[in-house]
Design a protein around this ligand. Structure first.
Ligand code: C2E
Ligand code: CA
Ligand code: CA
Ligand code: CA
Length: 279
Protein backbone atom coordinates (compact mmCIF):
# COMPACT_ATOMS: atom_id res chain seq x y z
CA UNK A 1 0.00 0.00 0.00
CA UNK A 2 2.89 2.27 0.84
CA UNK A 3 4.42 1.87 -2.60
CA UNK A 4 1.08 2.47 -4.27
CA UNK A 5 0.70 5.67 -2.23
CA UNK A 6 4.07 6.90 -3.31
CA UNK A 7 3.34 6.11 -6.93
CA UNK A 8 0.02 7.92 -6.69
CA UNK A 9 1.80 10.91 -5.21
CA UNK A 10 4.40 10.84 -7.93
CA UNK A 11 1.61 10.65 -10.51
CA UNK A 12 -0.09 13.72 -9.00
CA UNK A 13 3.21 15.59 -8.97
CA UNK A 14 3.67 14.90 -12.64
CA UNK A 15 0.08 15.89 -13.47
CA UNK A 16 0.37 19.11 -11.45
CA UNK A 17 3.70 19.93 -13.03
CA UNK A 18 2.16 19.46 -16.46
CA UNK A 19 -0.75 21.75 -15.56
CA UNK A 20 1.61 24.45 -14.28
CA UNK A 21 3.72 24.23 -17.44
CA UNK A 22 0.63 24.31 -19.66
CA UNK A 23 -0.55 27.43 -17.86
CA UNK A 24 2.82 29.14 -18.19
CA UNK A 25 2.86 28.38 -21.91
CA UNK A 26 -0.68 29.72 -22.31
CA UNK A 27 0.27 32.87 -20.40
CA UNK A 28 3.28 33.65 -22.58
CA UNK A 29 1.22 32.87 -25.69
CA UNK A 30 -1.44 35.27 -24.45
CA UNK A 31 1.14 38.04 -23.97
CA UNK A 32 2.28 37.55 -27.56
CA UNK A 33 -1.22 37.25 -28.98
CA UNK A 34 -2.09 40.95 -28.78
CA UNK A 35 1.12 41.96 -30.53
CA UNK A 36 0.56 39.31 -33.22
CA UNK A 37 -3.07 40.37 -33.68
CA UNK A 38 -4.47 36.91 -33.03
CA UNK A 39 -7.74 38.18 -31.59
CA UNK A 40 -10.95 38.68 -33.47
CA UNK A 41 -14.46 39.75 -32.44
CA UNK A 42 -17.58 37.79 -33.27
CA UNK A 43 -20.95 39.54 -33.37
CA UNK A 44 -24.03 37.89 -31.88
CA UNK A 45 -27.33 39.52 -32.89
CA UNK A 46 -29.53 41.03 -30.21
CA UNK A 47 -33.13 40.86 -31.33
CA UNK A 48 -36.38 42.54 -30.31
CA UNK A 49 -39.73 40.87 -31.00
CA UNK A 50 -39.76 38.17 -33.66
CA UNK A 51 -36.73 39.15 -35.70
CA UNK A 52 -35.70 42.78 -35.51
CA UNK A 53 -31.93 42.99 -34.99
CA UNK A 54 -31.16 46.00 -32.82
CA UNK A 55 -27.45 45.34 -32.51
CA UNK A 56 -24.85 42.81 -31.43
CA UNK A 57 -22.84 41.70 -28.46
CA UNK A 58 -19.16 41.38 -29.37
CA UNK A 59 -17.48 38.21 -28.12
CA UNK A 60 -13.73 37.66 -28.16
CA UNK A 61 -12.12 34.82 -30.09
CA UNK A 62 -8.44 33.91 -29.93
CA UNK A 63 -7.18 32.41 -33.18
CA UNK A 64 -4.20 30.49 -31.84
CA UNK A 65 -1.80 29.28 -34.57
CA UNK A 66 -1.50 25.79 -32.98
CA UNK A 67 -4.53 25.43 -30.74
CA UNK A 68 -7.07 26.80 -33.20
CA UNK A 69 -9.99 28.90 -31.91
CA UNK A 70 -9.59 29.25 -28.14
CA UNK A 71 -12.76 29.99 -26.15
CA UNK A 72 -12.80 33.11 -23.96
CA UNK A 73 -13.77 30.84 -21.06
CA UNK A 74 -10.25 29.36 -21.38
CA UNK A 75 -8.29 32.61 -21.44
CA UNK A 76 -10.34 35.45 -19.90
CA UNK A 77 -9.75 34.19 -16.32
CA UNK A 78 -5.99 34.00 -17.02
CA UNK A 79 -6.07 37.43 -18.68
CA UNK A 80 -7.76 38.82 -15.56
CA UNK A 81 -5.22 37.25 -13.17
CA UNK A 82 -2.26 38.53 -15.17
CA UNK A 83 -3.70 41.99 -15.82
CA UNK A 84 -3.60 41.38 -19.58
CA UNK A 85 -7.34 41.94 -19.61
CA UNK A 86 -6.64 45.69 -19.45
CA UNK A 87 -4.86 46.06 -22.83
CA UNK A 88 -7.02 43.27 -24.29
CA UNK A 89 -10.24 44.95 -23.14
CA UNK A 90 -8.99 48.22 -24.56
CA UNK A 91 -8.49 46.54 -27.95
CA UNK A 92 -12.05 45.14 -27.80
CA UNK A 93 -13.49 48.59 -27.04
CA UNK A 94 -11.42 50.21 -29.77
CA UNK A 95 -12.49 47.64 -32.36
CA UNK A 96 -16.15 47.90 -31.34
CA UNK A 97 -16.07 51.72 -31.51
CA UNK A 98 -14.44 51.63 -34.95
CA UNK A 99 -17.24 49.31 -36.14
CA UNK A 100 -19.91 51.58 -34.65
CA UNK A 101 -18.40 54.53 -36.48
CA UNK A 102 -18.58 52.60 -39.78
CA UNK A 103 -22.21 51.60 -39.15
CA UNK A 104 -23.11 55.19 -38.34
CA UNK A 105 -22.18 56.19 -41.93
CA UNK A 106 -24.83 54.01 -43.60
CA UNK A 107 -28.58 54.52 -43.05
CA UNK A 108 -29.24 50.74 -43.01
CA UNK A 109 -26.89 50.24 -40.06
CA UNK A 110 -26.95 53.62 -38.36
CA UNK A 111 -29.37 52.48 -35.63
CA UNK A 112 -27.42 49.37 -34.62
CA UNK A 113 -25.81 49.19 -31.20
CA UNK A 114 -22.86 47.20 -29.86
CA UNK A 115 -22.65 45.63 -26.41
CA UNK A 116 -19.14 45.15 -25.02
CA UNK A 117 -18.18 43.00 -22.03
CA UNK A 118 -16.11 44.92 -19.52
CA UNK A 119 -14.31 43.05 -16.77
CA UNK A 120 -14.08 44.33 -13.20
CA UNK A 121 -10.33 44.89 -13.40
CA UNK A 122 -10.73 46.98 -16.53
CA UNK A 123 -13.45 49.15 -15.01
CA UNK A 124 -11.31 49.67 -11.88
CA UNK A 125 -8.56 51.41 -13.86
CA UNK A 126 -8.41 55.08 -12.85
CA UNK A 127 -8.38 56.21 -16.46
CA UNK A 128 -11.21 53.95 -17.67
CA UNK A 129 -13.72 56.76 -18.26
CA UNK A 130 -11.15 58.97 -19.98
CA UNK A 131 -10.10 56.09 -22.23
CA UNK A 132 -13.64 55.23 -23.32
CA UNK A 133 -14.43 58.89 -24.02
CA UNK A 134 -11.20 59.28 -26.00
CA UNK A 135 -12.01 56.17 -28.06
CA UNK A 136 -15.50 57.44 -28.83
CA UNK A 137 -14.13 60.82 -29.85
CA UNK A 138 -11.22 59.46 -31.90
CA UNK A 139 -13.31 56.90 -33.81
CA UNK A 140 -16.38 59.10 -34.16
CA UNK A 141 -18.64 56.36 -32.77
CA UNK A 142 -22.02 57.59 -31.48
CA UNK A 143 -21.89 57.09 -27.67
CA UNK A 144 -25.64 56.24 -27.49
CA UNK A 145 -24.93 53.13 -29.58
CA UNK A 146 -22.38 51.74 -27.11
CA UNK A 147 -23.57 49.55 -24.25
CA UNK A 148 -21.20 48.21 -21.62
CA UNK A 149 -22.04 44.85 -20.04
CA UNK A 150 -20.91 44.56 -16.43
CA UNK A 151 -21.13 41.55 -14.16
CA UNK A 152 -21.95 41.76 -10.49
CA UNK A 153 -18.23 41.27 -9.73
CA UNK A 154 -17.57 44.96 -10.47
CA UNK A 155 -19.86 45.89 -7.60
CA UNK A 156 -18.11 43.72 -5.06
CA UNK A 157 -14.96 45.77 -5.61
CA UNK A 158 -16.02 49.38 -5.07
CA UNK A 159 -19.63 50.41 -5.58
CA UNK A 160 -19.21 54.15 -5.04
CA UNK A 161 -16.38 54.37 -7.53
CA UNK A 162 -18.25 52.24 -10.07
CA UNK A 163 -21.37 54.40 -9.80
CA UNK A 164 -19.29 57.56 -10.34
CA UNK A 165 -17.74 56.10 -13.49
CA UNK A 166 -21.07 54.88 -14.81
CA UNK A 167 -22.63 58.32 -14.25
CA UNK A 168 -19.76 60.01 -16.07
CA UNK A 169 -20.14 57.76 -19.13
CA UNK A 170 -23.93 57.90 -19.02
CA UNK A 171 -23.85 61.68 -19.21
CA UNK A 172 -22.29 61.16 -22.67
CA UNK A 173 -24.98 58.65 -23.68
CA UNK A 174 -23.22 55.33 -23.01
CA UNK A 175 -25.59 52.60 -21.75
CA UNK A 176 -25.07 49.89 -19.12
CA UNK A 177 -26.35 46.36 -18.83
CA UNK A 178 -25.98 44.02 -15.85
CA UNK A 179 -24.84 40.69 -17.29
CA UNK A 180 -25.51 37.19 -15.92
CA UNK A 181 -28.10 38.66 -13.58
CA UNK A 182 -29.09 36.31 -10.79
CA UNK A 183 -25.81 34.43 -10.59
CA UNK A 184 -23.81 36.92 -8.50
CA UNK A 185 -23.92 38.18 -4.96
CA UNK A 186 -25.11 41.75 -5.29
CA UNK A 187 -28.02 42.74 -3.11
CA UNK A 188 -31.16 44.34 -4.44
CA UNK A 189 -30.10 47.52 -2.62
CA UNK A 190 -27.19 47.94 -5.03
CA UNK A 191 -29.44 47.30 -7.96
CA UNK A 192 -31.60 50.28 -7.08
CA UNK A 193 -28.58 52.60 -6.81
CA UNK A 194 -26.83 51.60 -10.02
CA UNK A 195 -27.48 53.77 -13.07
CA UNK A 196 -28.33 50.76 -15.26
CA UNK A 197 -30.35 50.59 -18.47
CA UNK A 198 -30.78 46.83 -18.78
CA UNK A 199 -30.74 43.50 -16.94
CA UNK A 200 -29.68 40.36 -18.77
CA UNK A 201 -31.28 37.18 -17.47
CA UNK A 202 -28.47 34.65 -17.21
CA UNK A 203 -28.64 31.82 -19.71
CA UNK A 204 -28.49 29.34 -16.83
CA UNK A 205 -32.12 30.21 -16.03
CA UNK A 206 -33.22 30.11 -19.67
CA UNK A 207 -31.82 26.64 -20.39
CA UNK A 208 -34.50 24.72 -18.46
CA UNK A 209 -37.14 27.43 -18.39
CA UNK A 210 -39.71 25.10 -20.01
CA UNK A 211 -39.16 22.18 -17.65
CA UNK A 212 -37.95 23.61 -14.34
CA UNK A 213 -40.63 25.64 -12.51
CA UNK A 214 -37.96 27.28 -10.32
CA UNK A 215 -36.06 28.63 -13.32
CA UNK A 216 -39.34 29.83 -14.85
CA UNK A 217 -40.21 31.60 -11.58
CA UNK A 218 -36.78 33.27 -11.39
CA UNK A 219 -37.00 34.44 -15.01
CA UNK A 220 -40.45 35.91 -14.37
CA UNK A 221 -39.19 37.58 -11.20
CA UNK A 222 -36.27 39.21 -13.04
CA UNK A 223 -38.64 40.48 -15.75
CA UNK A 224 -40.98 41.95 -13.11
CA UNK A 225 -38.05 43.44 -11.20
CA UNK A 226 -36.68 45.10 -14.34
CA UNK A 227 -40.10 46.52 -15.12
CA UNK A 228 -40.59 47.95 -11.65
CA UNK A 229 -37.12 49.54 -11.72
CA UNK A 230 -37.77 50.98 -15.18
CA UNK A 231 -35.08 48.88 -16.85
CA UNK A 232 -35.05 46.92 -20.09
CA UNK A 233 -34.64 43.18 -19.84
CA UNK A 234 -32.92 40.80 -22.24
CA UNK A 235 -32.80 37.01 -22.17
CA UNK A 236 -29.60 35.32 -23.32
CA UNK A 237 -28.99 31.74 -24.36
CA UNK A 238 -32.38 31.41 -26.08
CA UNK A 239 -32.15 28.27 -28.20
CA UNK A 240 -35.74 27.20 -28.79
CA UNK A 241 -38.78 28.93 -30.22
CA UNK A 242 -40.78 27.62 -27.24
CA UNK A 243 -38.37 29.36 -24.86
CA UNK A 244 -38.77 32.61 -26.78
CA UNK A 245 -42.55 32.25 -26.72
CA UNK A 246 -42.54 31.58 -22.99
CA UNK A 247 -40.39 34.68 -22.40
CA UNK A 248 -42.62 36.80 -24.65
CA UNK A 249 -45.67 35.68 -22.67
CA UNK A 250 -43.83 36.64 -19.50
CA UNK A 251 -43.17 40.17 -20.78
CA UNK A 252 -39.60 39.87 -22.09
CA UNK A 253 -39.17 41.01 -25.68
CA UNK A 254 -35.41 41.24 -26.20
CA UNK A 255 -33.42 38.09 -26.89
CA UNK A 256 -30.05 36.74 -27.79
CA UNK A 257 -29.18 33.13 -28.49
CA UNK A 258 -28.57 30.38 -31.00
CA UNK A 259 -32.27 30.46 -31.98
CA UNK A 260 -31.63 33.83 -33.64
CA UNK A 261 -27.94 33.31 -34.52
CA UNK A 262 -24.59 32.17 -33.17
CA UNK A 263 -21.83 34.73 -32.64
CA UNK A 264 -20.66 35.48 -36.21
CA UNK A 265 -17.67 37.03 -37.99
CA UNK A 266 -18.51 40.61 -38.98
CA UNK A 267 -19.13 39.79 -42.65
CA UNK A 268 -21.62 37.03 -41.76
CA UNK A 269 -23.34 39.29 -39.24
CA UNK A 270 -23.77 42.04 -41.84
CA UNK A 271 -25.00 39.45 -44.36
CA UNK A 272 -27.94 38.41 -42.15
CA UNK A 273 -28.98 41.99 -41.39
CA UNK A 274 -31.11 42.36 -44.49
CA UNK A 275 -32.72 38.93 -44.11
CA UNK A 276 -33.83 39.64 -40.57
CA UNK A 277 -35.54 42.85 -41.56
CA UNK A 278 -33.54 45.13 -39.29
CA UNK A 279 -33.71 48.93 -39.28
P1 C2E B 1 -21.29 36.15 -21.68
O1 C2E B 1 -20.97 37.61 -21.68
O2 C2E B 1 -22.35 35.70 -20.73
O3 C2E B 1 -21.62 35.79 -23.18
C1 C2E B 1 -22.59 34.86 -23.57
C2 C2E B 1 -21.98 33.52 -23.91
O4 C2E B 1 -23.02 32.60 -24.24
C3 C2E B 1 -21.07 33.56 -25.12
O5 C2E B 1 -20.06 32.59 -24.91
C4 C2E B 1 -22.00 33.12 -26.25
O6 C2E B 1 -21.32 32.56 -27.36
C5 C2E B 1 -22.82 32.07 -25.53
N1 C2E B 1 -24.14 31.87 -26.13
C6 C2E B 1 -24.84 32.75 -26.87
N2 C2E B 1 -26.04 32.23 -27.23
C7 C2E B 1 -26.10 30.98 -26.69
C8 C2E B 1 -27.09 29.95 -26.69
O7 C2E B 1 -28.16 30.06 -27.27
N3 C2E B 1 -26.78 28.79 -26.01
C9 C2E B 1 -25.60 28.65 -25.36
N4 C2E B 1 -25.38 27.50 -24.73
N5 C2E B 1 -24.64 29.61 -25.32
C10 C2E B 1 -24.90 30.77 -25.98
P2 C2E B 1 -18.55 32.89 -25.28
O8 C2E B 1 -18.47 33.69 -26.55
O9 C2E B 1 -17.81 31.60 -25.20
O10 C2E B 1 -18.07 33.84 -24.11
C11 C2E B 1 -18.00 33.37 -22.80
C12 C2E B 1 -17.78 34.48 -21.81
O11 C2E B 1 -16.48 35.07 -21.99
C13 C2E B 1 -18.76 35.63 -21.96
O12 C2E B 1 -19.97 35.28 -21.32
C14 C2E B 1 -18.00 36.73 -21.25
O13 C2E B 1 -18.15 36.64 -19.86
C15 C2E B 1 -16.56 36.41 -21.60
N6 C2E B 1 -16.15 37.30 -22.73
C16 C2E B 1 -16.29 37.13 -24.06
N7 C2E B 1 -15.79 38.18 -24.75
C17 C2E B 1 -15.30 39.03 -23.81
C18 C2E B 1 -14.64 40.33 -23.85
O14 C2E B 1 -14.42 40.95 -24.92
N8 C2E B 1 -14.26 40.89 -22.66
C19 C2E B 1 -14.49 40.27 -21.45
N9 C2E B 1 -14.11 40.88 -20.31
N10 C2E B 1 -15.14 39.08 -21.37
C20 C2E B 1 -15.53 38.47 -22.53
CA1 CA C 1 -22.11 39.45 -21.90
CA1 CA D 1 -24.15 36.73 -19.94
CA1 CA E 1 -21.81 34.19 -18.64
Amino acid sequence: AKTAGRNTLRFFDAAMQAAVTERAVLESDLREALRLQQFVLHYQPQVVGQSQITGAEVLLRWLHPQRGKVSPLDFIPLAEETGLIVPLGYWVLQTACAQLALWALRPETAELGIAVNVSAKQMQQDDFVAQVLALLRDTGAPPQRLKLELTESVLVADVENTIRKMDALKSHGVGFSLDDFGTGYSSLTYLKRLPLDQLKIDQGFIKDILVDPNDAAIARMVIALAESLGLCVMAEGVELEAQRAFLANSGCHAYQGYLMAHPLPIADFEAILGRHGSA
